[in-house]
Write a protein that binds this ligand. Structure first.
Ligand SMILES: Cc1cc2nc3c(=O)[nH]c(=O)nc-3n(C[C@H](O)[C@H](O)[C@H](O)COP(=O)(O)OP(=O)(O)OC[C@H]3O[C@@H](n4cnc5c(N)ncnc54)[C@H](O)[C@@H]3O)c2cc1C
Length: 303
């Protein structure tokens, strides 16, 4: 059985692995240039930043991937889980041995039951007997409009909260605060992470600061330059003194960051068409929800 999966994030990869292990012929396409999705890491000026999920909330049964997962204990507090040396390493690990095409953006699922094609900006991919769409709900809706309109309507009921994220590295010799993870009580920022305190990242000081959902909603259409300036000013408040000149700074917008309204079912599948969806939005806001959803869809497809 051939299965074509759109989206090589956590949900798509977990689903693909299970199907391939069960003997399916699986291929994935992803619009990103490399592994990432919302577990993205960015390298700039020789520094890496986890600008997507800062930590992973996984279920105990997902933790077999110990090769790439490590505990992080900021300031000796509760253990938090991260992938090493960067968050996207978890996806690289899951993707090993799978046929993943990066740099191809799906535009639509077309064809008919038993013979599905995915139109992409790089040409058509397929045919496949089954198609899985494993992308954030608002991006899945138009892809499914023709192949499975009822599925598309149901997926449209999920919603997300946006996030603006600041990446900041001071000069290497700058004095930096002692905290490793900080949750401001007020202001535009909800969480600031000292990336150098996470396991395996290297000692160069660099920070990732996530805005609150309220602030991100209010500034969603602002330019990246405006947001960068506003969030640097907010970081200076948290810093407790003048912020050193940036060696690197950037603002990244996540239009669909964390699930606000999940569907409340692990996955969706229309067996008579061979079309299914999985992703965090089926169950909740965490990486563990994406994982559980990918697994649930694979089980459903294996029947
Ligand atoms: C700022 C932020 C903070 C977060 N904090 C946490 C946290 O603290 N703890 C936690 O557990 N989780 C957190 N999360 C959520 C976590 O990252 C997600 O739940 C999880 O990564 C979702 O995986 P997914 O596979 O469902 O979707 P995604 O990771 O979004 O993967 C979807 C993939 O589909 C691809 N794609 C999309 N459209 C197309 C298309 N048209 N054609 C081809 N490919 C396409 C994308 O490139 C992507 O690789 C956070 C996320 C963000 C953004």
């Amino acid at each position: 059985m051939k299965t074509l999966i759109v989206g090589a994030g956590l949900a798509g990869l977990v689903c693909a692995r299970e199907l391939q292990a069960a003997g399916d012929e699986v291929s994935l396409i992803d619009k990103g240039r490399g592994y990432g999705g919302r577990l993205s890491s960015r390298r700039r000026e020789g520094l890496s930043f986890d600008h997507g999920a800062p930590e992973l909330h996984l279920r105990p049964e997902d933790l077999a991937e110990t090769d790439v997962l490590a505990e992080w204990r900021p300031e000796g507090g509760p253990a938090r889980l991260v992938a090493t040396p960067r968050q996207n390493e978890l996806l690289k690990h899951l993707g090993a041995g799978l046929a993943v095409e990066h740099g191809a953006r799906a535009l639509a699922v077309a064809g008919r039951p038993g013979e599905w094609w995915v139109r992409t900006d790089q040409g058509e991919r397929g045919p496949a007997e089954r198609v899985v769409v494993a992308v954030p709900a608002p991006q899945a809706v138009p892809l499914l409009a023709q192949a499975a309109p009822q599925l598309s309507e149901r997926v449209a009921q999920a919603s997300y909260a946006p996030c603006w994220t600041l990446l900041y590295a001071p000069a290497a010799d700058a004095e930096v605060p002692a905290w490793e993870r900080h949750e401001p009580d007020s202001g535009p920022l909800s969480l600031v992470i000292a990336e150098q305190s996470k396991p395996g990242r290297g000692p160069e000081p660099r920070y990732v600061a996530h805005a609150t959902t309220e602030w991100a909603r209010a500034h969603l259409e602002d330019s990246a330059d405006e947001v960068q300036a506003a969030l640097l000013a907010a970081l200076a408040e948290v810093w407790g003194g003048a912020l050193p000149e940036p060696r690197y700074a950037a603002a990244h917008r996540w239009r669909y960051a964390r699930v606000a309204q999940p569907l409340g079912e692990p996955c969706l599948y229309v067996p008579e068409r061979g079309v299914g969806v999985c992703g965090d939005y089926c169950l909740g806001p965490d990486a563990g929800h994406a994982w559980a959803s990918g697994l649930a869809l694979a089980e459903r497809l294996r029947g």
